[in-house]
Design a protein around this ligand. Structure first.
Ligand code: GRG
Length: 290
């Protein structure tokens, strides 16, 4: 069962994160970074990273620090996204946002610290194993997180807020802001097992597909969910954002999500039953309420 697997993999990663965040100096920085990391979201991206490594028969021990690093990068992006200059949010993962607790300046620095520490962690890990394979894995994460990836999507999202957004712009924003880190998590796990071009392409198609589904569901939850979501809802409408929910309506958006989810799962058929857990995970994310 995928839910139990997710819990087990998340627990393995949380234990390693506790070691990686044993307080160093200055305490304020390490406390503020770990405050947001340990708040714990769904841990989707690290779980994808583990499952992709397993899919190709790589040693899960080799990807543990990569999974932790991916969660650090994701957490930095949430801290920065919540800042007054961006989304100006006060609630995240059911807790006050980082800047509410530590102040704006320290929250910016906590995000900066997490991003760099993620790469420090992955590179130290790479030196323990086959460095070439690990460098390919780390490059996947770097490309997904940076100016070719999540940051590019975020820039356009911010620049176009409150303005009319074309279909192509909406696709660009979500493909980069949301799907790239999902794809990066998968491909970095896959790289540890020397994948073929066909395997890489199949997993990328799956990742882009579930990335789109994830975003559509995120937009729908922003409209229909209550405070149990752990973050503020109704923000998209308040900011006059064009979203999948505003463009297609709730039912239309969910129908699109179901269709895209089926296509995403089919992309993994070349792996046979080895991909069953990744397919179950796609279904779980489609039905999520958080
Ligand atoms: C600041 C460079 C920079 C990027 C921010 C993460 C992000 C990019 C924006 C957050 C806004 C948002 C709602 C994006 C949609 C998809 C998304 C990334 C949702 C949050 O991820 P979850 O639901 O969070 O996996 P948890 O807390 O479960 O880890």
């Amino acid at each position: 069962m995928i839910k139990e697997r997710m819990t087990e993999l998340a627990a393995r990663m949380d234990a390693r994160l506790a070691e990686l965040f044993r307080v160093k100096e200055p305490k304020l920085l390490w406390d503020s970074m770990y405050y947001s990391v340990k708040a714990g979201g769904k841990r989707l991206r690290p779980v994808l990273n583990f499952l992709a490594a397993e899919l190709i028969g790589a040693d899960p021990a080799e990807t543990l620090d990569i999974a932790c690093a991916i969660e650090m990068i994701h957490t930095y992006s949430l801290i920065h996204d919540d800042l007054p200059a961006l989304d100006n949010d006060t609630l995240r993962r059911g807790n006050p946002t980082n800047h509410v607790v530590y102040g704006e300046a320290q929250a910016i620095l906590a995000g900066d610290g997490l991003l760099s520490y993620a790469f420090e962690t992955m590179l130290a890990n790479a030196m323990k194993y086959d460095a070439k394979r690990h460098l390919r894995a780390v490059s996947r994460v770097a490309a997904a997180a940076g100016a070719h990836g999540m940051v590019a999507g975020q820039v356009l999202d911010v620049a176009l807020e409150g303005k009319g957004v074309t279909e192509d712009q909406l696709t660009f924003i979500h493909n980069h802001k949301t799907a790239d880190m999902i794809v990066g998590a998968l491909l970095s796990g896959l790289e540890l097992g020397d994948p073929t071009a066909e395997q890489l392409a199949a997993v990328e198609r799956y990742g882009r597909g579930i990335g789109l589904v994830f975003q559509i569901v995120d937009d729908v939850l922003d409209v229909i969910a209550d405070e149990s979501l752990g973050k503020t809802t109704g923000k998209d409408a308040a900011a006059a954002k064009t979203t999948y929910a505003s463009k297609y309506g709730i039912e239309g958006a969910m129908k699109l999500a179901e269709e895209e989810n089926e296509k995403a799962k089919a992309a993994l058929d070349i792996f046979g039953s080895a991909a069953d857990e990744l397919k179950e995970l796609a279904d779980l994310m489609l039905k999520r309420r958080k």
